[in-house]
Design a protein around this ligand. Structure first.
Ligand SMILES: *[C@@H]1O[C@H](CO)[C@@H](O)[C@H](O)[C@H]1NC(C)=O
Length: 341
């Protein structure tokens, strides 16, 4: 492990976590649902590489969703086979990241350096860095077949604008660039770093991230938006998993649909003068409830070290960075950052 493990201060700062249960509560675990596919079942038509997944190798965790989407865990996939399959297809994967204000100074370089170590290694990659300070983007040396585009965005003071900005900006960049130069797109938060393989086993039509704080919680504790006035509203008993907005993706066509739908929801809320509990994450959860993801990533793909060692997590591939609220939240700024993180 390259980076020192840190304590994350969830409770400091203005925003705070509404679900700020001390993490020891995770000890009282809800059992994960089990994959109900019979052993050896083919989950995709034809010669799709996902048919090589061994969903039965991990009986300790949920390896598929009731609609047949696989959940990717260490031990369920053969990395070499996946790499070969996608290399033959010469796939290009885009990765969007927002680095606005101090988030650029604090997180972007580490995010990019570690992505060069672990993200889609050996494949074509295009980073799309959205920033309000294009000339401050660190010059991280990129490997062969990888490039970085800087997308200038203006800085918004009000969280509503920022929350909408992210979805709208991604949608625009899909039209202008991604649709012409990549087949798949991931959208990630910048305050994270890679520390294990995040490879082509994650590619699919639409990809959602199982939230590491909720994967052993009973669904009644999922922090969906419960306000009937919000477009992100979900009733009790609705929803499949609690998904994390720090990582989502899919083909550019699907991601376009995801970000446009979320933008629509946020815009509708704005007209009605309501705001969803967790903003774009609430809208994303609503979206993935209505439009089931075709692949789900286990918490390995967006792990929070504050949860400590868990016996069903064999590897952390992408990890939350120390929040550093005191640095990134500028006093003058009405801390809209707390909205994403
Ligand atoms: C593979 O894709 C890249 C990026 O789109 C392109 O530049 C390259 O020419 C392609 N290679 C082959 C062999 O098709």
């Amino acid at each position: 492990r390259v980076f020192n493990k840190r304590k994350i201060n969830f409770f400091g700062g203005g925003g705070g976590f509404l679900f700020s249960l001390p993490h020891r509560h995770i000890e009282r675990k809800a059992p994960m649902a089990k994959c109900n596919l019979s052993k050896g079942a083919r989950i995709r038509p034809g010669n799709d590489i996902d048919n090589t997944l061994d969903l039965w190798s991990r009986s300790d965790v949920q390896t598929c969703m009731p609609w047949g989407a696989p959940v990717i865990w260490e031990g369920t996939f053969d990395a070499r086979q996946y790499d070969e399959y996608y290399r033959k297809r010469n796939v290009t994967v885009g990765l969007t990241v927002f680095a606005v204000g101090k988030y650029l100074d604090v997180f972007l370089e580490t995010f990019l350096i570690t992505a060069e170590w672990y993200f889609m290694i050996g494949h074509n990659v295009i980073y799309y860095v959205f920033t309000d300070q294009p000339n401050k983007v660190p010059k991280v040396p990129l490997a062969n077949k990888r490039l970085l585009r800087i997308i200038p965005v203006s800085r918004h003071q009000r969280w509503q604008d920022v929350s909408m900005l992210r979805m709208k900006s991604i949608s625009e960049v899909i039209d202008i660039f991604v649709s012409r130069e990549a087949q798949y797109l991931f959208c990630m938060d910048v305050d994270q770093f890679f520390e294990g393989r995040f490879g082509v086993e994650t590619l699919s039509d639409s990809v959602a991230q199982m939230h590491s704080w909720f994967y052993h919680r009973f669904s009644i504790f999922y922090s969906y938006d419960r306000n009937p006035k919000s477009a992100a509203y979900m009733g009790l008993g609705e929803g499949d998993l609690y998904y994390h907005a720090a990582v989502f993706g899919g083909t550019w066509q699907k991601v376009k649909h995801i970000v446009d739908s979320c933008y629509q929801g946020i815009w509708t809320d704005k007209q009605n003068n309501v705001e969803a509990l967790w903003h774009d994450e609430s809208h994303l959860n609503k979206y993935f409830w209505l439009h089931k993801p075709s692949k789900v990533l286990s918490p390995e793909y967006c792990w929070d070290d504050v949860l400590g060692t868990q016996k069903d997590i064999f590897i952390s591939r992408l990890s939350w960075a120390k929040k550093q609220y005191e640095v990134v939240r500028e006093k003058t700024e009405k801390s809209w950052f707390s909205f994403f993180f």
